[in-house]
Write a protein that binds this ligand. Structure first.
Ligand SMILES: [Ca+2]
Length: 205
């Protein structure tokens, strides 16, 4: 262990020296900008685009898109303004359309950087089951199971709660997927999804 500690110390010293000498050294040119994949930043975690039917909803099946999101399995319902309370903006998403569905978005990330995912969670109050369940995947790996009990909730008082987890990016792009495991037409509802480079636990406000 002592040997590796010494190595770390030596490496740190080298990095420190490299840092102090950076002004004199030739700057490293970023020449590979054109080769960077044309991916975009995480966008529209509020499910505001496209605009769904006000007072109604739009069912979307696997293969269809919702702005930057793709429906990747089953079907989901994009809930229009006024159909029920949104956590942010006007629209929200029922992850079970006709039955359990899933949506995914791929966005640019910096390898080694920690990202915090935050989302608002509720449930379709129109019917069974009482407890809605689902999970969140990062690059296909299960990062967080979630459940929401609709007891006492209604369209005008959805009772949104916020859930959060962090992941460390391993590549220049990451795919975030929300999956319903509620196989009826009344599933978990999500809205106000954000992805930030702030550490978890709400320390960034
Ligand atoms: Ca919204």
């Amino acid at each position: 262990m002592r040997a590796s500690r010494t190595l770390i110390a030596a490496t740190a010293a080298v990095l420190l020296l490299a840092g102090t000498g950076a002004a004199a050294a030739a700057p490293v040119q970023e020449t590979d900008a054109a080769a960077t994949p044309l991916l975009s930043r995480f966008d529209d975690g509020s499910f505001e685009y496209p605009v769904s039917t006000p007072g109604g909803f739009t069912e979307l099946a696997a293969g269809q898109s919702i702005g930057p999101w793709q429906v990747t399995s089953g079907s989901v319902d994009l809930i229009g303004a006024g159909f029920w309370q949104a956590a942010e903006g006007d629209q929200s998403l029922d992850l079970s359309g006709r039955a359990a569905g899933a949506v995914a978005q791929t966005f640019t990330t910096v390898p080694g950087t920690t990202y915090t995912v935050t989302y608002a969670l509720a449930g379709n109050t129109a019917g069974a089951p009482t407890v809605k369940t689902g999970k969140v995947l990062v690059d296909g790996q299960n990062f967080q199971d979630f459940s929401f009990d609709i007891t006492g909730k209604s369209r005008t008082d959805m009772g949104y709660v916020y859930r959060q987890f962090a992941f460390v990016a391993t590549a220049g792009s990451t795919t975030l997927t929300f999956v319903s495991t509620t196989d009826t037409a009344m599933g978990p509802v999500i809205d106000d999804v954000t992805v930030t480079t702030c550490p978890p636990c709400g320390s960034c406000g």
